[in-house]
Design a protein around this ligand. Sequence first.
Ligand SMILES: [Zn+2]
Length: 760
Amino acid sequence: MSYQPGGSMKRRSAIVVFVLMVLPIFIVLAMFRTSVTDSARYQSMANDAQFKSTTVNAKRGTIYDANGKILAQSATVFNVTLDPIALYELIEDESQEEFERQRDAIALVLSEELAGVNANDIVASFEKYKSQRWANVAKKIEKPVIDIITSRLAEMNVKENIVYNEIDTKRYYPQNELAAAVIGFTNFEGDGAYGIENYYNDYLKGVNGKIISAKDALGNRTDYKNDKIYEAKDGNDIFLTIDMNLQYFAEKYLEEQVLTNEAGNRGCAIMMNCNTGEILAMATTPGFDLNDRGSIYNPEDQTILDLISDQEAYNEEYAILREKQWKNKAITEIYHPGSVFKVVTASSALEERVVDLHSSFTCTGSISVVDGVEPMHCWSSRVHGTQDLTTAMTNSCNPVFIQIGLRLGSEKFNNYFTSYGFTEKTGIDLPGEVAGLSLDTTKYGPIELASSAFGQTNKITPLQMITAYAAVINGGYLVTPHVADKIVDSTGTVIKSFDTQIKRQVISEETSATMRQILEDVVNAKNGSNAYIKGYAIGGKSGTSEKIDENRAQGREDLYVSSYCGFAPADDPEIICLVMVDEPMAHDENNGHIYYGSLIAAPCVANIFKDALPYLGYYPEYTAEELATMDITIPSVEGQIASTASETIKELGLETEILGEGSTVITQVPSYGSSIPRGGKVILYTEEDLEEEYVTVPDLAGKTPSQVNDILTAASLNLKLGDGASANSGSTAMKQNYTPGEVVPAGTIVEVYFIIKDQG
Ligand SMILES: [Zn+2]
């Protein structure tokens, strides 16, 4: 960071003015008041000064994840403090010279060991507080620094206790940036300023204690037996529903998408138990390190700062950007949900029986809602034609959802909109949550209703979207999402636990079951989905929304929000996950600007699920069709007779090519343990010094999976499907890990990333 704290010059000159001009007046006034007018009151204050009150800080409670891993913890630190009276006693007890020697020694040691402390300040502090036993020098200093100070002062023969250390606590966050926006942090005084630290501050902070000790006439502490002690009550510990492992999966894949798609306005991911509202992971990317939260982590934001030369303007912008990076995007920002919202429109219409699974709709590419007004277009340039509800959901066809919205009517649409919780905060136990921004119900004409039906009118938070979506698939129940699981006191007794809170039932179990089926069919559809995972039943819907307001304000057309919300297992869901990437800006040579939710957010949800589902105890169950297309793991055949090795590999459904005149296999490409599709080729080398066979990597962009497999096999190369890619007939190759034209050994595995393009 290039930030240099400014303003110290100004402050210094203000102090000079104060000392030279104002201070003498105060002293004269103060002397007058004490000696003449106020002597009685001063006397009673002096009596009170016979007591010293020392605060005993309560230990702030620990924050744990769902498995008891520590997310926030307090540790002991020290406040370095001076006892000026003890120093001034040296003038009488020793000499003026000895007083000055020890004073300067202390000033030297403290200024050298403590950042931001200078020797002149120490000397001034002794002078200023010469009649007191307490003057603070530095707060929250860690033990190793304190030890060095203590030993250096001892070496320089400084009288003990002129410098002493008060015990204090400091907050540490062992996981650094993990779940930072959820955990939050404390301010310098030790109170929660953001996140859980703030929301549950009263439970975490405990109650400070006090030691009142008496002093004798000389100001020295009297016998400890006279102390009155009020013990501190330690804070309570909080266990969260957040699981650090799931949080890690969410952050890892979200960050990957935010970076590769050059998201201009961050991204967020939420994983929730759809039946209980327990938040399992909640990520905002780029995030920040809780132990170093003053730094700016978004490189683009830092670039903005670096261009500002004026100190005041810099400070102002720095404060804004820092505040922004601390905010939990999932609950503090609103967006047009786009097509993900179609699950709300469809379920409302099913519940009202204005549509059913057999209803037939037609898309002609556009639809005229009001005569004389420009027709509204489908997102796809391909006319979708006649579709039933499931097909329309799979195609994410706007004209069909406009028709469904119009059948429902604005009154019923708004009733469901309210019932699904979009006009209120979800009530999650985190500070800073905002409500959505919805159109006044009196302003609903056919145009407003039409665009609301596909999620382009009302703005909501990502948390509102996933909570409503959870109700769509969990049997119809709108639950209150929550992050805290239980609060435990310092003896380990549970003093509060957070159970499932159901606000209301929005739709029937029957409608919910129909929606689960539709959304599972969307993922498994013939033209496929980028959220499809082999061996798992997933349901889901993508969304691509235009940032209408931002585009209009900035005179542009390329700002979008790309999102996906999926759940598993599809027939009896437990886990629901929403990913949203705000303002993806990346361009691809073959595909241009990539911004569709199905291309960006869907594979991200699939990747999170691929790690999260087995972790949660859901193991893949492959269908016969999936098994037939499963990759084959290559065994080690090195050291075997070449013909036997070749037989072994062929029996697995792979091809071989033997190179060299030797009898045994010396090396093999690909190496054992790698997986390649059925029909792939393993090259077996039978001579030690045989020159490896090299081949050129072809360009695979735009080719279907079977075309890619054929091309690679013909080139003596092998295919591996990239993460999150689905390789069914509807997808085409988008990325490959070796650039076309690159020369690699025969048999090398080329990783290809497939994507389905024709989806919103
Ligand atoms: Zn259409």
